[in-house]
Ligand binder design. Structure first.
Ligand code: ATP
Length: 916
């Protein structure tokens, strides 16, 4: 059915679908159609159900053993133990589901954020809408880099090419046109159609949506899409391995505890239950989920700072970044261009006015705004241009200002800002494309691309001539010129004039201006504008003039470059602009110094891989580069052992973005193809958001280390208490139920709260982390073992002394139980920093942690005092002196650590002082 469109003309298609191609659908009609046909999305596979998630919690082998052991103890008559253990296991499973669901929901939110948009014409206005809201009959505008959002019958094309590998398996681009076909064919041969999911690699086009959602070709073939699973991050993979090692180790220790206990005459089933409970408590089964939650929460925080993570591993890699390669235009600069200077007929003109407001004057000696040269320059600037000036969301094609109106509402530009600047310049001189086009007609266009660095349009003039208008990088355009315009006539371009034009270009570029040259030529009547080769059209040109535009740096980006320097991260600016412009901007931004080397695309081309790798180490500015050079730069830096972040926007940037350790795409100005190749998207295209993401990435890794330290130290403590007790011939200090309960109150909430700990203020003063380094590096392993030992020894001391005091085993156990829990709840605060003490950080500076600890403390106290829980947990009520002992012991390590830490840092200060 969809293929009937192939044999119809675009006009017939529009009539069939009841749409006017110039006005598009009306908002009401579009809404009605959306209600009728539904969203333009492919149906997803079913989500994982809640009950499935819940059942998954019981897949863990040790949990199953625990449940089996519980059932056995139930049969043996220990009913209250069995029921309580089951409840604790259930609570643990619920906690697991909550954690997983939270992670899942944040991932879903991410997917929605990166969902594609489409440019459509509705009610005569060009707007962007979510691609899911497209309906049949919508008029869609498309350009290179877009992923086709629905099945589309093309109505207009400019050099349009698409890669349709998803549908046809063919990876070479195919040319697209608008002619009706003679008979219906398969998608692979349908040159006048675009199909959902395919990618545009070149040119521009306009088409009519003919099918959406499941009615599209790909919808019919695929039936359902499977959500891409998030790949585990390197850290998650390493932790999974570590987990396996820990399980074996814990099981061995628990086995020893069980065997020794049985030998000493403890009941077999109780020792078995003790061993299994200990194993369950000691194995940090919640670790992977907490890591995912920490990553997901970090990702949420990044969204608030305008970076959207598409691949989870990027979160970790960001913290290791050593080199950030950034585009200049729009990322380091504001991409709000204003033409300031014009070089025309050997004269320098100044242009006044602000932003995109088409109000301003031309000033300069001997300026003749009525002359033919001036008129040619301005009309080419307006015509060789696809941007539109917009005021209050309405496209403006001429100035109709009421007299006396002082301040215009905000003017913006729809389309390329460089072209917007030229449009505004022409408008200031009274030249508007819409008005010129009343007498002239555009016949063809050779679009701009970053490799060609120029754009050409061909017009039929009022006098019946055919003329090509070209604008582009001055060195490129001037290379194609044989004449220059003087008093309305082409004059042969001699060496001296060429030299003076180049000098004018350099002078502007040196002042950080982005310069474009404007040229034209008359085409012979025999030349077919639509079919002639671009090289043929763009030759023997007549040079008209230069326009120099400012593009102010983003103030936040300057600050971010400074932050990078302190954080040991190098920044390289990569631009298609002139080397002098590039150097001047880099200097303004603090990326390069006065004498810094600028490597151009041409120089880079001459270098071997080895040479480039050597040179790249010290180059911070790349100018006049093409997208393919970016790939070589990434490879060279990676070869040198750098962890490279690389930005990209155009379709040709995708390979470099994919190759980089952290590929970064632009959310505003980027293309779908680059976004899909990237690991991260900048919602505001701003360089400073990359640096914010690096900071978050470092913070997340820090937080993961914090709760790993906490969880493992506590587990070491718990296992050691039991292990040392049985070895030392003491009675069991903790009962199985107490071990399981402790695991629940100490591991769950406090560990999660550590995952959202505020970022260390000095985090961007540290050097980047080595991606190969172990999670236990910088003394973390040692800290875990020593803290665990201290926790165990103190608990055993309290247990031993209490037992020796009154020979009341229940009391001694209650003391040990509470001491161990409160030692952990205080210790969690020390885990917040590896450098500062908790007194320096402030006990209350992570409110989540304070809340989590209070909840855990209340839960713990309740099992001591709620009468019906006392027999269940085998606790006895404690007096004030008992609590003073417990809290005193719980605070002891932190106080001792603070005193020792203080002495240590004093000593360090002394030593530094002596050294100075
Ligand atoms: P980046 O975004 O990577 O910092 P850039 O935007 O400066 O680089 P390109 O957009 O590739 O780089 O532009 C390269 C050169 O092409 C510019 O210096 C300019 O001279 C010329 N140019 C840019 N835009 C256009 C355009 N729309 N039409 C014609 N020429 C253009």
């Amino acid at each position: 059915m969809p293929d009937i469109w192939q044999t119809m003309s675009a006009e017939e298609t529009a009539v069939r679908l009841q749409v006017d191609t110039s006005r598009g659908l009306g908002a009401d009609e579009a809404r009605a159609r959306l209600e009728r046909v539904g969203l333009n999305t492919l149906e997803k596979g079913p989500d994982i159900a809640l009950w499935q998630m819940f059942l998954n919690q019981f897949k863990d082998f040790m949990v199953l053993v625990l449940l089996a052991a519980t059932a056995i103890s139930g049969f043996l008559g220990e009913w209250s133990d069995a029921v309580t253990i089951s409840i604790i296991v259930l609570l643990n499973a619920i906690l697991g589901v909550v954690q997983e669901q939270r992670a899942e929901r944040s991932m879903e939110a991410l997917r929605e954020l990166t969902s594609p948009e489409a440019r459509v014409v509705r009610d005569g206005v060009e707007i962007k809408i979510p691609a899911a809201e497209l309906v049949p009959g919508d008029i869609v505008l498309l350009e290179a880099g877009d992923r086709v959002p629905a099945d589309i019958r093309l109505a207009r094309t400019v050099d349009l090419e698409a890669v349709e590998a998803v549908l046809t398996g063919e990876s070479n681009p195919v040319c697209k046109h608008t002619r009706p076909l003679e008979k219906q064919v398969g998608p692979a041969d349908a040159g006048n159609m675009l199909y959902m999911g395919t990618v545009l690699t070149r040119g521009r086009g306009l088409g009519i949506v003919v099918a959406t959602g499941m009615a599209t070709e790909v919808g019919q073939i695929a039936g359902m899409i499977k959500e891409a699973e998030q790949e585990p991050t390197p850290l998650q993979r390493r932790l999974a391995q570590l987990g396996k090692g820990l399980v074996t180790f814990c099981l061995a220790v628990c086995a020893v505890v069980v065997i020794v206990g049985i030998q000493r005459g403890e009941p077999v089933y109780r020792m078995f239950l003790t061993g299994v409970s200990l194993a369950v408590a000691a194995i940090p089964e919640g670790l992977p989920a907490i890591v995912t939650v920490a990553l997901a929460i970090g990702v949420q925080r990044m969204i608030n700072r305008n970076s959207i993570i598409r691949r989870l591993p990027a979160v970790e890699t960001l913290g290791c970044a050593t080199f950030i390669c950034s585009d200049k235009t729009g990322t380091l600069t504001q991409n709000e261009m204003t033409v300031r200077r014009v070089h025309l007929a050997g004269r320098e003109l100044e242009v006044t006015g602000e932003g995109y407001d088409p109000k301003g004057k031309f000033k300069g000696d001997g300026l003749d705004t009525q002359g033919a040269d001036f008129a040619k320059m301005m009309s080419i600037a307006a015509l060789c241009n696809n941007a539109t000036l917009v005021r209050n969301n309405i496209a403006v094609g001429g100035l109709f200002r009421k007299p006396g109106q002082k301040k215009d509402p905000a003017w913006t530009v729809s389309g390329d800002p460089t072209e917007g600047a030229l449009l505004v310049m022409a408008a200031k001189a009274g030249f508007w494309r819409e008005r010129l086009e009343k007498k002239m007609r555009r016949l063809a266009e050779i679009p701009f691309d970053s490799d060609r660095k120029r754009m050409t349009v061909i017009y039929k003039t009022a006098g019946g001539r055919t003329e090509a208008y070209i604008k582009g990088a001055p060195d490129v355009v001037l290379g194609l010129c044989t004449h220059f315009l003087r008093d309305g006539r082409p004059v042969p371009l001699d060496k001296r004039t060429r030299g003076s034009i180049l000098a004018a270009n350099s002078a502007m570029a040196d002042g950080a201006l982005r310069v474009l040259a404007v040229a034209y030529r008359e085409l012979s009547p025999g030349m077919n504008a639509g079919e002639a080769a671009p090289e043929e059209i763009e030759s023997n040109l007549v040079f008209v003039g230069l326009a120099g535009m400012i593009d102010p740096p983003r103030p936040a980006a300057i600050q971010a470059v400074h932050t990078c320097r302190r954080a040991g991260i190098r920044v390289a600016m990569i631009t298609g602009d002139h080397r002098l412009t590039a150097r001047a901007v880099a200097r303004e931004m603090g990326i390069a110094g006065r004498g810094s080397r600028v490597l151009t695309g041409a120089e880079l081309e001459e270098m071997s891989e080895e040479e480039l790798a050597r040179v790249a180490e010290n180059v911070h500015v790349y100018a006049r580069v093409s997208p393919r050079h970016k790939l070589r730069i990434v490879r060279a830096l990676k070869r040198n052992g750098h962890v490279v972040a690389m930005t990209g926007d155009g379709v040709n940037d995708a390979p470099a973005v994919k190759e980089a350790d952290i590929g970064i795409a632009m959310g505003v100005s980027g293309t779908d193809v680059t976004r899909e190749a990237s690991a991260m998207v900048l919602a505001d295209d701003n360089f400073s958001s990359i640096v914010a993401a690096v900071e978050e990435g470092r913070g997340i890794y820090d937080n993961i280390r914090k709760f790993i330290r906490y969880l493992l130290s506590c587990n070491v403590g718990e296992v050691l208490v039991m292990f040392l007790a049985v070895l030392g011939g003491m009675p069991l200090p903790l009962l199985p139920i107490q071990i399981l309960w402790m695991n629940l109150v100490t591991d769950g909430l406090p560990a999660m709260a550590l995952g959202v700990d505020p970022i260390d203020r000095n985090i961007m003063r540290r050097p980047p982390r080595d991606p190969q380094e172990s999670i236990f590096s910088h003394g973390l392993g040692w800290r875990i073992l020593s803290s665990g030992t201290v926790i165990a020894v103190l608990t055993l001391a309290v247990f031993g002394l209490s037992y020796a005091d009154g020979r009341n085993l229940d009391l001694a156990r209650t003391m040990a139980f509470n001491t161990l829990v409160f030692l952990q709840l205080v210790y969690v605060f020390s885990c917040r920093s590896e450098h500062a003490t908790i007194w320096e950080l402030g006990w209350l500076s992570n409110p989540h942690l304070v809340g989590a600890t209070l909840i855990s403390a209340v839960l713990q106290i309740s099992v001591n005092y709620i009468p019906f829980l006392q027999p269940v947990f085998h606790t006895v009520p404690l007096g004030v002196h008992h609590w003073l002992t417990i809290l005193g012991v719980a605070l002891l390590p932190t106080l001792a650590g603070t005193v020792l830490g203080g002495v240590g840092s004093r000593l360090r200060e002394r030593v530094t002082y002596l050294r100075v």
